[in-house]
Structure formats: C-alpha cells, structure tokens
Design a protein around this ligand. Structure first.
Ligand SMILES: [Zn+2]
Length: 482
C-alpha cells in the first residue's frame, strides 16, 4: 500500500469519526413523548413550544386528529428531526408486533425476518431478543496522530413519564434502567419523596431496547411481566397500570390468573405459577381489561424455560410402600388443590417470607423422584428441612389456618392461607398446635418437626401453593412479594 493510499484512508476514517460524533451530539435533541389520554396534537405542541405542523411532519402524521393514547411521538426539541441511533438489538415486550418494531426502528418486517431467521413473524414472544441491523465492522484503529481519542457512544434517548398513583422515584428509575439521581437532576427534584401523581418527568439516558414500542390497547398504561422469561416451578408476576378504574382478567397455561386491584383501581397485580412438568416453549397469554369505555384485549406470547431441578432416587421402608398407590397420591393432591384454589381478597403477607423452622434445607423443590427403583414419575413438591424431632415449625407469614389434619402422605399437616391465592403447607409434623380458622402471625409456632406420613425420617416438608399449583417455596423467601 502506497503512502498516498494510507493518507486517503486516514482522511476517510477521520471523516467517519466526525459523522459519528455529530450524531452523538444530536441525539440529545429529540424526545420521545407517549400520548396520554385526553391529549391532542395541539396540547402536546404547546407543551414543547412547537407548532402542530412540526410534530406532524416529524412523525409522518397526515391527520392531526388521528393520534391515540399510547402512541409514541418524536418531539424535535430544536424544531427539526434528528436521527436517533438505532440499537443493535431489541427485547420484545408485551403488546409488541414485528410491524410496530420495524416502524419504531426505521426498518421493515422483511429485514427483521431475514436478520433473525424468523420462520413465523407472528410467533414473537416476550423476552425474545431481535437483531435490528446487520453488525457493522468497526474501522481499524488508525495509526494517525490526533485520531486516538474515543468518540462517546450515544447514551440512550430522553423519555417523558407521567407519574402514576403508587409509583415512587425509585420504581420509575428501575423501570427505565436509569439512576434515580439522573432523574432528580434532570427535573430539579431535591427531595426524592416529593413526586406526585400526574407529574411529568423527563427520563434521560433511556436505552431504547428496553422501551416497548407498540401501543398498548385502550385503557392500559403499563404492563410489566417479571421475569420476562418465566421458569417451570417458579412464580411469575404481572403488574398492570390502567388509565381508569378497571378490572383485569388474565388467561395463561389453562389457568385463570386472579388479579388484585389496589387502592384507586388503577394498579393491578397477579401471580402466574408455572406448574412443574410444563414443557419448555412459548405459550399465549391473554389480558382482558374492562373499564368504563368497555372491554379491550391484549394477547402476546410468553416463553417458559425448564427449571432444571434434577432427579432423586428414594427408597421407602416396606411398611410405607402402600403410600405409593397412585389413588392415594391423587386423592391428596385433589384435596390440596381444592383447598388452595380459593382466592381470598385480603392480603396478609408482604415482603420475603420467613423460613418455616430454625433448620437447614437439605432437599430442594422440584426434583423428579423415583421411589424404590421405579420410574421418575413424581416431583418433589416442596423443600425439606432437617431438624430434630420436637423442633418448632413456625408460620412463614401471617394468615389464616385453613387445614389442620392428618393426611396419608404428608402426615400431620397444616395449611395457612396468606391471601391473594398464596398458601404455605407444613407436613410430617409430630405435634400440631394450629386449628382451622385461627389467624396466625409470622413466626408463630404451628407444631413440631416429626416423621408422620410418607417420611423416611424426622424432617419438615414445606410447600408454597399459588392458586392450586405448588411452586418453589425458596423463591418466596428470597424475593419480596407482591
Ligand atoms: Zn419433601
């Protein structure tokens, strides 16, 4: 390569760096505005000191009366549209579809289909990571003096957020993945506790791949699914915010998920227990919102992955073998499903649950089990704690005792209803103090550790049930619900 060639290459590279740095500066000149109920293009334009024509032009709007709550508008802060850096990937959120994603990032459906090798463009699922653009190979670092400084990458966009009832600055910061102090600084907020419902906050530095691009249906302001990919045997959480007082119904995995509505009727929480044995795959979830304006429905796909709980081989003594009879197991499961299917509207739990005994856990939830050389045809529906006979068994959270009885497999058993469809179960007890109907506090003794029922030695078998489905109890100790 000749000297002239190298010089020309250096020129091209420096021109490229200049373009990148201009884009980086200009991304600060655009704001994304989410249209709220009751807003018009005129009121939005007024708010930003712009004309309706400028906003209409920036967003390709032909009829200015044709905007809807939930629409996302680019607001050119200096009266003209600047180019926004397109991220490399985007994580699919509830309510997204391929067309909306393509529009939001200035590409088309065919490109996304080919970049991501999608067989069926309608089978997107929440949490799926899509490649938005073909990777651009970075220019080799030039060996030219003065070109070694790093160009800062654009650090996200600025979003306007209208504070909803029940939100805190912390929850808002978490939702957008930015530091609380960044929001405080951008809005001149000295006391973080002093935000109010209806207040508009500027959220700078939002990474666009975490912001849902598609409009939610009428009446639905926000929908959060935690985690985005659900796990066999674990409890998922769905939080919704509605514009008006509303009731929510959710259908998922052949179950109807009960949704609790909080204070003002606009915040809603539901739990999605994923039964053991649910095959890894993608399943539809349907959310129905009913408010004064009628009924609207949102359907999207959610991924479930395997729990990976492993296998256990258990040997029972001859005198307990009859307890392996399928009918005995089925009867007991049916009874517990019936007891735990009830939904109490009162919530007695809050925050992480306590441990059910001062004892060490030695066998975790979820393992597939084979008894006495048989097939792996059963699941461990709880967690086992080692403890000397007589060790107190205590309530993991406050609630009402709904079962205190001797069962074939679980032996002497107590079930506590914590409200909102959440139950704890304590099995193989020796002594039992709890009686049906009694209210208990967290930490209150319910009985003592024993070896009654299908137990090979003294231990506590502890279960958490969510509306008729046993789930990993240790998740309820590790995480704060609701
Ligand atoms: Zn057990």
């Amino acid at each position: 390569m000749g000297t002239r060639m190298i010089r020309r290459l250096a020129l091209v590279v420096s021109a490229l760096l200049l373009v990148i740095s201009v884009v980086a500066q200009e991304t600060g000149g655009v704001t994304l505005h989410v249209v709220q109920r009751g807003e018009t293009l005129f009121s939005i334009a007024q708010r930003y000191g712009l004309t309706t024509e400028v906003i209409a032009r920036a967003n390709g709007i032909i009829n200015p009366s044709n905007i809807r709550a939930g629409d996302r508008l680019l607001i050119p802060l200096n009266g003209e549209v600047r180019e926004v850096e397109v991220p490399e990937t985007y994580t699919v959120q509830p309510a997204d579809n391929l067309q909306a994603i393509a529009t939001a990032f200035g590409t088309d459906v065919a490109t996304l289909v080919s970049l991501n090798g999608l067989d069926n463009p309608n089978a997107l699922f929440v949490g799926q990571v899509l490649t938005l653009r073909a990777p651009v190979s970075a220019p080799e670092s030039p060996s030219v003096p003065g070109e070694s400084e790093q160009v800062p990458a654009p650090s996200g966009i600025t979003v306007t957020h209208r504070v909803q009832g029940g939100e805190t600055l912390f929850s808002i910061a978490q939702r957008y993945g930015v530091a609380m102090t960044v929001i405080q600084e951008a809005n001149g907020i000295e006391d973080a506790s002093r935000i109010f419902s209806g207040q508009d906050l500027l959220i700078p530095g939002v990474q666009t791949d975490n912001t849902p691009v598609a409009a939610l249906p009428n009446g639905l302001v926000a929908l959060d699914l935690t985690p985005l990919v659900l796990v066999e045997g674990k409890t998922g959480r769905i939080r919704l915010t509605t514009a008006n007082t509303a009731t929510i119904a959710i259908a998922f995995l052949d179950q109807t998920i009960n949704v609790a509505t909080l204070d003002d009727g606009r915040a809603h929480v539901g739990f999605a227990p994923i039964p053991l044995g649910t095959a890894a795959g993608v399943y539809p979830m349907t959310v129905t919102v009913t408010d004064v304006n009628g009924v609207s429905t949102l359907a999207f796909n959610v991924q479930v992955r395997a729990g990976g709980y492993g296998a256990q081989y258990v040997t029972l003594p001859p005198d307990k073998l009859e307890l392996l009879t399928p009918a005995v197991e089925q009867n007991e499961m049916d009874l517990l499903r019936r007891v735990t299917a009830n939904y109490s509207a009162e919530r007695y739990f809050g925050g992480p649950m306590g441990l059910p005994a001062a004892a060490a856990m030695y066998s975790a939830f979820g393992a597939q089990r084979a008894y006495n050389g048989g097939a792996l045809d059963r699941y461990h529906s709880g967690a086992d704690f080692a403890g000397a006979p007589g060790t107190p068994v205590i309530a993991a959270a406050a609630g009402q005792v709904v079962l205190a009885d001797t069962l074939n497999i679980r032996g002497t058993t107590v079930v506590v209803d914590h409200g909102w469809g959440v139950y704890t179960l304590y099995a193989h007890l020796n002594e039992r103090y709890a009686t049906v109907g009694a209210f208990v506090q967290a930490g209150q003794p319910l009985g003592t550790i024993g070896a009654t029922g299908r137990a090979t030695g003294a231990h506590l078998h502890w279960e958490v049930w969510v509306r008729g489905t046993p789930v990993d109890p240790m998740q309820w100790v590790a995480e704060a619900f609701p």
